[in-house]
Design a protein around this ligand. Structure first.
Ligand SMILES: Cc1cc2nc3c(=O)[nH]c(=O)nc-3n(C[C@H](O)[C@H](O)[C@H](O)COP(=O)(O)O)c2cc1C
Length: 337
């Protein structure tokens, strides 16, 4: 009943006030996996953009997520785009956002993360300021400040709402960007896994280039994918013409197709996090079979609420067992074999 961004603010307020009851996580060994030396109790994570400022990571873990990612955080605080900038497409079980990296900046995030009671795996999603001339130096700052506090780091070059950002996915700029960011990671006292989050709207050439660069530069993973600037003809909601990135159910098919392609292009040699339109255990299972080792969601929470998290995990465990898989790892990429 509230405007979308107001509802989001109220939700964060309720979470921070402890008014959203925690949920017993699904504890099933079939859902457990280990990546980068980290033990994931289940593969379902919270995607970036819900907790832009790292205010509620442990509370979200308490709702049953296997891990959570906060951000995108930019070096300096910035207000983002003018409101309204967040829209529900209820008939399509989708969301359009053009937030534009509204966030409190790195120092505020550092303060919060340093004070947290570590309840599980938390990743930091790094962005660049809108008015920054040197993108790589923004990501380097993110690594330097949040690297010591996060369990993994994400270079986000795939938001459609920061002008020029997605051009960083081209081969030459990407190589330079990953090179500088990796160097900063290697200087951390305890180096952390470095991942890249990509857009669903890439040309075949971009996709092949990203796969090659990911492997040659020693990236630890790819997150596939961010929101799309495409508008499928099937959309029925009045807000479908809003500018920005589309997420939720209509993103499931294209983001899963891209996931499968990136799995083939990288030969299964690198961890893929599948995100885009997951709203059921069946869809979570389909992402794993397409090549994802880990999963994330955001938009489905708008429509399904917290109970969705345990439901997806429970159903996913049932699908794995039905098909004779003893672990997530055994099912990753099964569609390609
Ligand atoms: C309101 C909103 C804000 C988002 N902000 C970010 C962000 O700051 N950084 C980022 O990497 N992705 C961001 N995303 C993208 C999500 O992390 C995710 O990749 C995308 O929504 C697809 O997943 P979903 O269909 O489950 O929502 C945002 C998504 C939404 C809906």
């Amino acid at each position: 009943m509230l405007p979308a961004e107001t509802a989001h603010g109220v939700t964060l307020g309720l979470l921070k006030a402890g008014l959203v009851p925690s949920q017993k996580p699904v504890q099933d060994p079939v859902l457990a996996s280990r990546h980068w030396g980290l033990d994931f109790p289940n593969p379902l994570g919270l995607a970036a953009g819900f907790d832009k400022n790292g205010e509620v990571p442990d509370i979200m873990l308490g709702l049953g997520f296997g891990f959570t990612e906060f951000g995108s955080v930019t070096p300096r605080p910035q207000p983002g785009n003018p409101k309204p900038r967040l829209f529900r497409l209820a008939q399509d079980r989708a969301v359009i956002n053009r937030m534009g990296f509204n966030n409190h900046g790195l120092d505020a995030a550092v303060g919060r993360l340093a004070a947290r009671e570590r309840k599980g795996i938390v990743g930091a999603n790094l962005g660049k300021n809108k008015d920054s001339e040197d993108a790589a130096s923004d990501y380097v700052k993110g690594v330097e400040k949040l690297g010591p506090l996060a369990d993994y780091l994400v270079i986000n070059v795939s938001s459609p709402n920061t002008p020029g950002l997605r051009a960083l996915q081209g081969r030459a700029p990407l190589e330079a960007l990953i090179g500088r960011t990796k160097e900063a990671v290697s200087k951390l006292l305890a180096p952390k896994p470095l991942l890249l989050k990509i857009a669903p709207d890439l040309t075949p050439e971009d996709r092949a280039d990203i796969a090659e660069v990911a492997l040659s530069s020693g990236l630890d993973g790819l997150i596939v994918s961010n929101t799309t600037i495409e508008r499928p003809a099937s959309l029925r909601s009045a807000e479908a013409t809003q500018g920005g990135g589309l997420s939720g159910e209509p993103l499931f098919e294209p983001s899963t197709r891209l996931l499968g392609e990136m799995y083939k292009l990288t030969g299964g040699k690198i961890v893929l996090i599948g995100v885009g339109g997951i709203g059921s255990g069946e869809q979570a299972y389909a992402k794993i079979r397409a090549g994802a080792s880990l999963l994330q969601l955001y938009s489905a929470l708008v429509y399904g609420g917290p109970p969705l998290i345990t439901r997806i995990n429970r159903d996913l465990a049932a699908f794995l067992k039905r098909d004779g898989f003893s672990s997530i790892a055994a099912a990753v990429g099964a569609d390609h074999r």
